[in-house]
Design a protein around this ligand. Structure first.
Ligand code: ADP
Ligand code: MG
Length: 289
C-alpha cells in the first residue's frame, strides 16, 4: 500500500488498545489460531456513498464484543455485510477461517452465524409459540441446547412433538412461557426482544449478532437478557457481537469494544480504555455544540 502518505497509515488507522493482557491465549494452544469471526478490509459502497471504508476487526470466541459508533458510522452496514444481506464491495468476512463474504443469509445462518430480526408483520399476528415453532432449523452442527434442551441431542428434529418440547424449553429459558399463546404483536418492546433472541437461538447458532437488542427494553428485562447472553456464553460457548447506541450498556457489559467512525474502525480495546480514548471522545462529542 502507499507508504508515502503522510503521518498515519491510510488503511489501518485504528487504535488497538491492549489492556494489561499480553498475547495470552489462555492455555490452549489449539485455539490460538483463528477467531470465530474476523472482518478484513471490509468495504461497502452504495452508489457514491462509502458506508464501510476498510474496516478490520476480530470477534473472539465466547466474547460479548461491542460495536459502537455515532449514527452513520457504518455499524448496520457492517452487520449486513457479515450476515449476507449485503455483498461487500471489497474485503473478507471470515467465519471460522472461511470467507463467507457474498454468501446468502440462509447459507451463513446454516454455518452458524445468525442475527436477530425484528418480528415481521406476519409473525406478529402469530402466537409466541408459533413464532418459535416456525424458526428455521439449522440442518447440522453442534447442538446449542446441549444442556439446556436435552431433547435436541444430535439428530435433526423431525417430530413436531420434539420440536414443541424444545420450543417450550426455550420459552422457559427466556421466561416467556406464560406468553406462549399471546400474539407476538401484543408483546411489550422488551418481551419482543426476548422472543427475537429466542427465535434466533432456535437456529442453533455459534455466533449471534444483535443490532440494538436493548432498544425499548426496561431495565429488568435488560438485565434478564444480559444474564441469558452470559449464560449462553458460559454454558454453550456462544459468541456475541452487539451493536448498541447506548454507550453505558456497552461500557458496562462488553469487552472488547470496537468503535466505528465514518466507515472505519477508530479504536478497539477494553471498555475503560475506550472510554478514555481521545479519538473516541472526539468522534462522539467533537462535532457537537
Ligand atoms: P450506522 O448503523 O452506524 O448508523 P449505517 O451502516 O446504517 O450506519 O450507515 C452508514 C452510511 O451508509 C450512512 O451514511 C448511510 O446513510 C449509508 N447507507 C446505509 N445503507 C444504505 C443504503 N442501503 N443505501 C444508501 N446508503 C446507505
Ligand atoms: Mg444502524
Amino acid at each position: 500500500m502507499s507508504s508515502d502518505s503522510a503521518g498515519t497509515a491510510d488503511g489501518s488507522d485504528t487504535d488497538r488498545i491492549d489492556a494489561d493482557t499480553p498475547a495470552d491465549t489462555a492455555g490452549s494452544d489449539e485455539t490460538a489460531a483463528e477467531p470465530p469471526l474476523r472482518v478484513e478490509n471490509l468495504r461497502k459502497e452504495f452508489g457514491g456513498i462509502t458506508a464501510v471504508d476498510g474496516a478490520s476487526f476480530a470477534v473472539a470466541e465466547e466474547s460479548l464484543t461491542g460495536l459502537i459508533g455515532p449514527n452513520g458510522a457504518g455499524k448496520s452496514t457492517t452487520f449486513n455485510c457479515i450476515t449476507g444481506i449485503h455483498e461487500p464491495t471489497a474485503g473478507a468476512v471470515y467465519l471460522n477461517g472461511e470467507n463467507i463474504a457474498g454468501l446468502a443469509p440462509n447459507v451463513v445462518a446454516d454455518r452458524g452465524l445468525v442475527r436477530t430480526f425484528q418480528i415481521a408483520r406476519e409473525l406478529a399476528e402469530m402466537t409466541v409459540l408459533e413464532n418459535l415453532m416456525l424458526a428455521p432449523q439449522r440442518q447440522q452442527g453442534e447442538t446449542l441446547y446441549r444442556s439446556v434442551l436435552p431433547t435436541f441431542r444430535d439428530d435433526v428434529i423431525e417430530e413436531e412433538t420434539e420440536l414443541r418440547e424444545a420450543v417450550w424449553e426455550s420459552l422457559e429459558f427466556f421466561e416467556i412461557d406464560h406468553l406462549a399463546e399471546e400474539q407476538a404483536g401484543t408483546l411489550s418492546g422488551g418481551q419482543r426482544k426476548l422472543l427475537e433472541m429466542a427465535r434466533a437461538l432456535m437456529t442453533d447458532p455459534d455466533i449471534l449478532l444483535l443490532d440494538e437488542p436493548f432498544a425499548g427494553v426496561n431495565p429488568s428485562l435488560e438485565t434478564k437478557l444480559l444474564d441469558r447472553i452470559n449464560q449462553l456464553r458460559a454454558e454453550e460457548g456462544l459468541t456475541f457481537l452487539l451493536v448498541e447506541h447506548d454507550m453505558d450498556i456497552i461500557m458496562e457489559h462488553c469487552d472488547p469494544v470496537i468503535v466505528m467512525h465514518q466507515g472505519q474502525v477508530l479504536a478497539e480495546g477494553p471498555p475503560e480504555a475506550i472510554r478514555n480514548n481521545e479519538r473516541v471522545v472526539d468522534a462522539y462529542f467533537g462535532d457537537q455544540q
